[in-house]
Ligand binder design. Structure first.
Ligand SMILES: Nc1ncnc2c1ncn2[C@@H]1O[C@H](COP(=O)(O)OP(=O)(O)OP(=O)(O)O)[C@@H](O)[C@H]1O
Ligand SMILES: [Mg+2]
Length: 356
C-alpha cells in the first residue's frame, strides 16, 4: 500500500476548478516532485496535503488512515512554504527548537535533536544568530531544519529555493538530496524548475490546469510522454503534424513531406487519424550540405537559421525545405555552421514519440 494515497481530489474556488480529479500514490521514503507551470495547482495540492486547505471532494490517506479532515498540527508533517517565515525575534537555535517545545520534549532531547539537525544542514556555527543576520540560503536551511527536527512523517516543500541564485540553488538541492537519503523521510517538493525536478526526484507528477497530466520517473516522462503537454514541457522537442494509418505491421505516419513506418510497440492505444510526431533535438543527425545517401528512415533537406553554442556542441535552429522550424544538436568542435548553410536532417522512427 502507498504511504500517501491522494484519491480523486477536486478543489473548487467558486466556479473555478483549481484541482480536477487528482490522484497520486506516494511510496514511503520517496522524493516526489510536483512540476508544472504557474497556476497549475501545485501549491493548492500541497496546502491540501498540509491541511491548510480543505477539499471539495476526494480523500487523502496516510498509511491507510483517512486524514482529509485532520487539523494541520495533528498530521505530523513538516512544511516549508514560501512566506512561511522564521520567527524574527528568535535565534536560529530557538526557531529550530520550537516544534519540539510545542511537543513538550525534554530539554535534553531538544538540545540533542536541534544540534543534530543544525549540523545536518551545516548551520551549527550559526545557532546563536537571528534570522536577519543570515543569508537567504542560510534562512532556507533554518526553515528546513525546523521542518525536519521533529522527525515528521512527511516533508512538504513549496519552492523553497526559488528566491535563491542558481549556484546556491544547486548547492541546496544537493544538500536536500543528501538529507533525504540520510533521514529516509518522504518528501513532496514543488517546483517549476524542470532541471531541479529531473535531478532530485524518484517520481515527478507533471501538473497542468489543475490536473496531473502524467506521473513517472524523469526518464519515463522524457522517453514516453503520454500527452502533447508533457512532450513539450519536459525537455525540448520538435512536433510534426500528420496522419496515422494503422496496418498489420504497425502503422504509417504521413506528413506533407515524408512517410514513416511506425512499429507496433509505438502505436499501442493509438487510433487512426490526426497524429503528431515528436522528435528530440538530440535524435536528429545533422550532416552539412545536401546529402541523400543516408540510412535513416527520414531524410530532409534544410538550412541553418541560427546556432547557440554550449560547449563542444551547438543547438541549431533549422528550416527544412518544406518550411518547418526544427531544433537539433550538432557537433561544433570545428565551429558552428553559418546561417544559410545547407544541411541535411535525418532521424529514425524508433526515436520518435507518437501522440494521437
Ligand atoms: N484562495 C483562492 N481563491 C481563488 N482562486 C485561487 C485561490 N488559491 C489559488 N487559486 C487559483 O488556483 C489556481 C492554482 O493556484 P496554485 O497556487 O495552486 O498554483 P501554482 O501551481 O502553485 O502556481 P505558481 O507556480 O505560480 O506558484 C490559480 O489559478 C489560482 O489563481
Ligand atoms: Mg505555487
Amino acid at each position: 500500500m502507498a504511504f500517501i494515497e491522494i484519491s480523486n481530489i477536486e478543489k473548487h474556488y467558486g466556479t473555478f476548478k483549481a484541482l480536477t480529479n487528482v490522484s497520486l500514490s506516494v511510496p514511503k521514503g520517496s522524493f516526489i516532485t510536483l512540476l508544472g507551470p504557474s497556476g497549475s495547482g501545485k501549491t493548492t495540492l500541497l496546502k491540501i496535503l498540509a491541511g491548510f486547505e480543505g477539499v471539495s471532494s476526494g480523500r487523502v490517506l496516510l498509511d491507510g488512515r483517512d486524514v482529509t479532515m485532520l487539523k494541520p498540527e495533528k498530521r505530523n508533517f513538516g512544511v516549508v512554504f514560501q512566506g512561511y517565515a522564521l520567527f524574527p525575534h528568535m535565534s536560529v537555535y530557538d526557531n529550530v527548537a520550537y516544534p519540539l517545545k510545542v511537543r513538550r520534549k525534554s530539554s535534553a532531547e531538544i538540545r540533542e535533536k536541534v544540534e543534530r539537525i543544525l549540523s545536518l544542514v551545516q548551520l551549527d556555527k550559526f545557532a546563536r544568530r537571528k534570522p536577519s543576520e543570515l543569508s537567504g540560503g542560510q534562512q532556507q536551511r533554518v526553515a528546513l531544519a525546523r521542518a525536519l527536527v521533529f522527525e515528521p512523517d512527511l516533508l512538504l516543500l513549496d519552492e523553497p529555493m526559488s528566491a535563491l541564485d542558481k549556484k546556491l540553488r544547486i548547492d541546496l538541492q544537493e544538500e536536500l538530496r543528501n538529507i533525504h537519503q540520510q533521514l529516509g523521510t518522504t518528501f513532496i517538493n514543488v517546483t517549476h524548475d524542470q532541471e531541479e525536478a529531473m535531478h532530485m526526484s524518484d517520481g515527478i507528477a507533471v501538473m497542468n490546469q489543475g490536473r496531473i497530466e502524467q506521473f513517472g520517473t524523469a526518464h519515463e516522462l522524457y522517453r514516453k510522454p503520454q500527452s502533447r503537454f508533457v512532450a513539450d514541457f519536459i525537455g525540448k522537442s520538435n512536433m510534426i503534424s500528420g496522419q496515422l494509418e494503422t496496418n498489420r505491421a504497425g502503422a504509417l505516419f504521413s506528413s506533407k513531406s515524408f512517410k514513416l513506418s511506425i512499429s507496433c510497440d509505438q502505436i499501442e492505444g493509438k487510433s487512426d487519424g490526426k497524429a503528431d510526431l515528436f522528435i528530440r533535438p538530440e535524435n536528429i543527425l545533422l550532416t552539412p550540405g545536401n546529402v541523400s545517401q543516408l540510412q535513416s528512415d527520414v531524410v530532409l533537406a534544410g538550412e541553418v537559421v541560427s546556432a547557440t553554442y554550449s560547449g563542444d556542441r551547438a543547438l541549431y535552429l533549422l528550416k527544412t525545405a518544406d518550411g518547418r522550424n526544427i531544433q537539433a544538436y550538432g557537433n561544433a568542435r570545428d565551429g558552428a555552421l553559418q546561417p544559410g548553410a545547407p544541411i541535411t536532417l535525418a532521424f529514425d522512427g524508433k526515436d520518435c514519440i507518437l501522440l494521437t
